[in-house]
Design a protein around this ligand. Structure first.
Ligand SMILES: [Zn+2]
Length: 189
């Protein structure tokens, strides 16, 4: 009996002293042409160590979570994911705090896999280099006298030999990444 009373007391004190805050936010849509689709399909997901909540965005693409437990790590995701990298936000609220966050959101991958090498800004391809992913090593060719050549054995100038032929995209390969880089506009596409 004594234990039961103690447990009851603990439960009451837990609910009395469990402090909360409020989290509000807004998606900053980077592809506004997809607004309608985003409005219809997009949920904000809030995850703590004990529960998961989800809320659909309103017509301003805003959302609000009331009574979020304070002093606890929470994670915010967006469903469907945001592009090009799926970002997860981690934060913790203080007691009675109202936190407002603005989340940049792109609903589709901005890089098309079948796009040709014409830069969308300057509409040219003379300064466009392929982006190579994974492990890359420079390959150079020489003839028997040590002159730099191209891969077909034709002698090329020193400048030509030292020219950058591709951009390394790093080793992490994702399902949404650019394939070309325009040196003129410093643009990945
Ligand atoms: Zn360009």
């Amino acid at each position: 009996m004594k234990e039961k009373i103690l447990l009851y007391f603990l439960l009451i004190s837990f609910s009395c002293f469990s402090q909360t805050g409020k989290l509000t936010g807004k998606l900053i849509l980077k592809d506004p042409e997809n607004y309608k689709k985003v409005l219809e399909n997009t949920y904000i997901i809030l995850k703590t160590s004990i529960k998961t909540d989800s809320i659909k965005v309103d017509s301003d693409l805003r959302f609000a979570f009331e009574d979020v437990k304070a002093e606890e790590k929470i994670k915010i995701f967006i469903s469907p994911r945001t592009y090009p990298i799926n970002i997860c936000y981690t934060l913790a609220l203080k007691e009675n705090e109202i936190e407002n966050i603005e989340i940049p959101y792109t609903s589709t991958c901005p890089y098309s896999k079948d796009r040709n090498n014409v830069c969308p800004i300057c509409s040219k391809n003379d300064k466009v280099l392929p982006i190579v992913y994974g492990f890359t090593a420079g390959i150079s060719y020489k003839d028997k006298d040590g002159n730099p050549t191209d891969k077909n054995g034709k002698i090329i100038s020193k400048e030509e030999n030292e020219k950058v032929k591709y951009i390394s995209g790093g080793c992490i390969v994702s399902d949404c990444q650019p394939t070309w880089f325009c040196q003129r506009d410093k643009l990945n596409f």
